[in-house]
Structure formats: structure tokens, C-alpha cells
Design a protein around this ligand. Structure first.
Ligand code: PMP
Length: 314
């Protein structure tokens, strides 16, 4: 195949990407949501980011549990049961014949009027987008990332609790703008008392004296599914994992730092605010955690998108 035709077929493939919007699957270019949707006008809605590895949806039940918990917290009724939602997610991946994928599940308050009154929104909007995954470059895991502490503080949980995975990510985006403008890879956000909360889209762990320490989510962090798995896997590595209040000093004086998230998996941090962490290279414990996480993923048996093609995962 010459360059032009392979380019065209890649485009054609893209054209056929089917997304689920309010009860039906449509090609992504034809997908429409109302401009009166309060998800768009006010960030009034919730979402999940889920991965598919080798045709298996990773931790789907956990993601759905968090989605329904977020919905309860904003008093939004999802018009499907979790079992129905699970089928819709699987069907969306299946229609796109994807083995490796990133799924975005969005439920918004729906179309209303120009006021913020949610009672005006008669029906929630449900969207499921499954796309080819943009993997983080492998080099990032080999070299680690450089981060800063953002001056933008994380939303206080009594204003907008970070445990709600809401469509309102402006707080995180403001911190993201800071690290982008500083030419760094990521920002870590503190709360108003100076305690570490999380990254802009990842949870944070430090390693100190072979202990894994991560901030408690009551500070306003998302209860990350990757974070939870790292806590569960730690004993397998002979490590203790604990929730702990951490401040900027704890980051600077840590032996290692890594971030966790569905997309990023486990990313080693080698510098914070210009201070080298450890020897300025990804720490050996962080790399062990990454390896163990990837082994867990490779053996994970969850919801199969193509049960008829089920093959043993070695
Ligand atoms: N914190 C925030 C703010 C996030 O958006 C995410 C998800 N990208 C995470 C943490 C990590 O959560 P998970 O491991 O469930 O992807």
C-alpha cells in the first residue's frame, strides 16, 4: 500500500468510529449534543475514563460504581441500570472492533434553559466514546517526568468535592496551564492548608523508607482506581502502603515519587520544583510498582468485549 492510500484508509477507519449518544450509535462526525446541555453550559455532569486491554474492559465494575456514586452526589439519575450501562460500554467498543481502547463515558444533566436550574433539564445526556488509545510515550517511563507544585489550590471538598468525577475540571486545567507555561510535564496540587492532594489528572504517591504514602481522598482527591490497585498490590512487593498527610517538604525529601491514573498507569517523577527526587532517575520501587501493575493488567480477567474470541491471556 502506498503512502497516500494508507493515509486514506486510516482516515476512512476514523470516519467509521461509532459513538453512543442518547440511545443510538452514530458515526463520530454525526454525533450531536444540544448547545443547551448543562454539561456544556455549566459543567453539570459526570464522567469516567476507562481502558480496554486486549479486548477486556479494565475494572469496569469499579468505574461504574464510581460513576453512580458521582451521580448520587450531584443528584443526577442515570437513566440506565449499571448492568445496562455495562452492556452499552461493551457494545460501543465492540462496534468499533477495538482491542486496545480508551473509553469516555459521560452523563450530563441534559438540555435545559440558560439558567442553572437543573429542574429545567428533563433528560440526562448519555455519551459513550471509545477511541484508539494515545499511549503515553514509553520514554516517559524510562526518564520520568518533571513536575511543579501548582499555585492553584485544589477545590476544597466542601465546595466541590474532588471525589465527584464531575465535568467541571477548570480547577485542574488552571493547574495544568501553570506547568505547561513552565515547560514542565505535570503539576501537583495542594489544598488550602498546604497538604498535597493530587495531580491534575492523577493521584500521587511518595516512597519514603520503603513505604508507599498517598494523601487521603477526604482532602478532595479523586478515589483513583489505579491508586486503589497500587495499595492492594503493595504487599505483593513486600511494601506497606498507607494514606498520609503530605506537604511540599515531604515531596522534596521523598526517596521516590510516582503518579497513578488509568491513562498514565504508573509514572515516575524525577524532579519537583527544580529539586531532584532520589538520584534524579525513576526510582527502583516506582519501576517495580509499574511492572507489577502491568503484570496484573496482563492477567486481568474482567468483562470481555469479544467473549466468542476469548483466548487465554498468557
Ligand atoms: N485524579 C484526577 C483528578 C483524575 O482525573 C484521575 C483520572 N484521570 C485520577 C486522579 C486517577 O484516577 P484513575 O486511576 O481512576 O484513572
Amino acid at each position: 500500500m502506498n503512502k497516500v492510500s494508507s493515509h486514506t484508509s486510516a482516515l476512512n477507519k476514523d470516519l467509521t468510529l461509532q459513538v453512543y449518544v442518547n440511545g443510538k450509535w452514530v458515526p463520530k462526525e454525526e454525533a450531536k449534543v444540544s448547545i443547551w446541555d448543562h454539561g456544556f453550559l455549566y459543567g453539570d455532569g459526570i464522567f469516567e475514563g476507562i481502558r480496554v486491554y486486549q479486548g477486556i474492559v479494565f475494572k469496569l465494575k469499579e468505574h461504574l460504581k464510581r460513576l453512580y456514586a458521582s451521580a448520587s452526589a450531584i443528584d443526577l439519575t442515570i437513566p440506565y441500570t449499571p448492568a445496562e450501562m455495562q452492556n452499552l460500554v461493551v457494545e460501543t467498543v465492540r462496534k468499533n472492533n477495538l482491542q486496545e481502547s480508551y473509553i469516555r463515558l459521560v452523563v450530563s444533566r441534559g438540555a435545559g434553559d440558560l439558567g442553572i436550574d437543573p429542574r429545567k433539564c428533563k433528560e440526562p445526556t448519555v455519551m459513550i466514546l471509545a477511541d484508539r488509545i494515545n499511549l503515553y510515550p514509553e520514554a516517559l517511563y524510562a526518564t520520568g517526568i518533571r513536575v511543579m507544585i501548582a499555585s492553584t489550590r485544589r477545590n476544597p471538598p466542601d465546595s466541590l468535592n474532588g471525589r465527584i468525577k464531575s465535568l467541571n475540571y477548570l480547577n485542574n486545567i488552571l493547574a495544568k496551564l501553570e506547568h505547561i507555561k513552565s515547560g514542565l510535564d505535570e503539576a501537583i496540587m495542594l489544598n488550602h492548608a498546604g497538604y498535597v492532594v493530587e495531580g491534575t489528572a492523577e493521584n500521587v504517591f511518595i516512597v519514603k523508607d520503603r513505604k508507599l504514602l498517598t494523601p487521603p481522598c477526604y482532602l478532595g482527591a479523586l478515589e483513583g482506581i489505579t491508586r486503589q490497585l497500587v495499595i492492594e498490590l503493595a504487599p505483593k512487593l513486600g511494601l506497606q502502603a498507607e494514606e498520609s498527610l503530605l506537604n511540599a517538604y515531604d515531596l522534596y525529601a521523598s526517596d521516590e515519587i510516582f503518579l497513578t491514573g488509568t491513562g498514565a498507569e504508573i509514572v515516575p517523577v524525577v524532579e519537583v520544583d527544580g529539586r531532584k527526587i532520589g538520584n534524579g532517575k525513576p526510582g527502583s520501587i516506582s519501576l517495580q510498582v509499574l511492572k507489577t501493575y502491568r503484570e496484573y493488567v496482563a492477567h486481568y480477567q474482567g468483562v470481555h468485549v469479544y467473549p466468542e474470541k476469548k483466548v487465554g491471556v498468557s
